[in-house]
Design a protein around this ligand. Structure first.
Ligand SMILES: *Cc1c(COP(=O)(O)O)cnc(C)c1O
Length: 377
């Protein structure tokens, strides 16, 4: 079959990307925590309302930092959705935790809070949630569950930069949160991420973990006269060259988000009625929840229809993709114990995403809509 001429994603290039990168190089500070890291972190602090922002090499690594901050003992449990990217669970498993997979809500496709409550055991240490498509999880109920059981609440906010619940930004609602700047996310630098800390108590240890287990940050601030190996850590700093690229996108944040939201709204408007007739379901975004147009997904009536839909779009030159092979039944996930998650199974075998990025032109959006509307039922 021919390659789709409307790809699923196109990386974004901000106007000043190369200018900022050249400037970073000229400043002679290519490693982490240079000028652009400071500017980028400050901007992200403003956007997320988070107490402290640390740029990292990826969202996966930011999640690993969360795992290290938890100081997990073997057998400690971390509640995670199965309907997510591998890193949400892998980061904690890699550092000694046992992921306990929990089902999702059939309308928001976010973690099911009643199921979270059922999964809490004396070994539970943390709840990790994913705001699917940047539609927030029910953070009020999750917060009260976490507080009631003394658990750390972590937001894998890879999708949700710029999203909010009743005006409160995602990323500011958990004890810790992470962001991704992978080239498939709204704001990109190729590979990159951030750790957001909303509990002051985690900041000092996070600095040490991020600096290979040393107190180098204290040294740079003149608080100690030499730095040494004080704890376990790794090399989690984003290079300032990439931070410069990131800053060029953050500078165009509103423009990028507006571009994505134009496409998202056109899909929504063009397909809402058709979806009802064709038996396709859209993601529910509760009142007061603002999403950042990270993805546009449809649930087909069943697996057979989804498979035909993807092939149909492909013949029209459009890449439409499925999302998330469930983790609980994956070869690695199964090693942590059997789980039956019927909603996750039913959603993951029916979900399909349409191309969505701010560079998608009006005529391309039209073509995607026409292709979907001409899907033979
Ligand atoms: C993209 C993504 C990640 C991983 O992000 P990286 O920056 O590539 O490590 C983690 N969780 C979710 C939900 C994601 O979508």
């Amino acid at each position: 079959m021919t390659l789709p001429d409307i790809p699923f994603n196109r990386p974004y290039m901000a106007t000043r990307a190369l200018e900022f990168m050249a400037d970073a190089a000229e400043r002679g500070h290519l490693s982490g925590d240079g000028h652009y890291t400071r500017v980028g972190s400050e901007t992200l602090r403003g956007l997320t309302g988070s107490g402290r922002v640390m740029l990292t090499t990826s969202c996966t690594h930011a999640l690993e930092m969360c795992a290290l901050l938890l100081d997990l003992d073997p057998g400690d449990e971390v509640i995670v959705p199965s309907f997510t990217f591998v890193s949400t669970a892998n980061a904690f498993a890699l550092h000694g935790g046992r992921p306990v997979f929990v089902d999702i809500d059939p309308s928001t496709w976010n973690i099911d809070v009643a199921e979270v409550e059922r999964a809490i055991s004396p070994r539970t240490r943390a709840i990790v949630v994913v705001h699917y498509g940047g539609v927030g999880c029910d953070m009020r109920r999750l917060r009260s569950l976490a507080d009631q059981h003394g658990l750390v609440l972590i937001e894998d906010n890879a999708h949700g930069l710029g999203a909010s619940i009743d005006g409160q930004p995602l990323g500011s609602l958990g004890d810790m949160a992470t962001l991704s700047f992978h080239e498939t996310k709204n704001i990109q630098c190729g590979e990159g991420g951030a750790l957001l800390l909303n509990d002051e108590r985690h900041v000092e240890r996070a600095e040490i973990i991020r600096e290979k287990g040393t107190d180098r940050s204290r040294f740079f601030r003149g608080q100690v006269d030499k730095y040494s190996w004080v704890s376990l850590g790794s090399s989690f700093l984003m290079s300032d060259l990439l931070a410069a690229f990131l800053c060029s996108q953050l500078e165009e944040f509103e423009l990028i988000q507006a571009g994505r939201s134009r496409v998202w709204n056109a899909y929504r408007q063009g397909l809402a009625e058709w979806a009802v007739d064709a038996g396709f379901q859209l993601q529910r975004c509760p009142d007061g929840y603002r999403h950042p147009s990270h993805l546009f997904a449809l649930l087909a009536p069943d697996l057979e229809v989804r498979t035909r839909f993807i092939v149909h779009m492909r013949t029209k030159g459009i890449a439409a993709l499925f999302h998330y092979v469930p983790l609980h039944s994956s070869p690695q996930g199964r090693l942590f114990g059997a789980a039956e998650l019927p909603v996750t199974d039913r959603v993951s075998e029916r979900l399909v995403r349409l191309p969505l990025y701010s560079l998608l032109s009006e005529s391309e959006v039209e073509r995607v809509l026409e292709a979907a509307l001409s899907f033979p039922r």
